[in-house]
Design a protein around this ligand. Sequence first.
Ligand code: ZN
Length: 220
Amino acid sequence: MRIRSAALAALLTSSLLTATPASAAPRVPDDINADMTTATNVTNAYWARNWTRFFTGTYQPPKVFGSFRRGVRQPPACGGSRTGFGNAFYCVPGDFIAWDFDLMAGGYRSGDAWVYLVIAHEWGHAVQARIQRSLVPRAQELQADCFAGAVLFGAAAQKTLLFEDGDVAELRAALRRMGDRTPWTDVGDHGSAEQRISFFTRGAEGGVRACLPTASRLPR
Ligand SMILES: [Zn+2]
């Protein structure tokens, strides 16, 4: 995936562009750190730009701790509790997003879409912390996948993000790898691979509104 920097710069002055299918572009060499920055900027810009279409109040971005890495940078504490390596997470009391660099690098070997998916998913949890409780289903992990789909495909439709050849297949493969062994049954579950793909796709096709409980029939 690639940022469309000219489009992002124009974003402040342009009106909403109508949704068009993302066309795939040829690949350019990948740089994981650049992709983390792009994923963060594109996700934040999507929510900033579209917030009032879906929610009341003013959008405030979460803080971004960014990467931690064994032997290099300790994971941040969250609400006084220690956190571990091997994870990406949104910390509710600290209102920040953080991820293990090695987790990102592991997924990145099969393609850059992994980084975009993880960051857009964690950002989805920050969104959940900002909206009415009634809009967050018990299946909050599947809603976070749905928001990730809405953001990445929404950003592509609004021409702030450019999908490259293979990105859609990478997203599907990443969700498959991240799926639980068993289907969703309780609040902490992420859902099976099929469920994760299904909810990501729901957001990709139907946008943010399709991720809200009344529309999505997610268990409350
Ligand atoms: Zn999650």
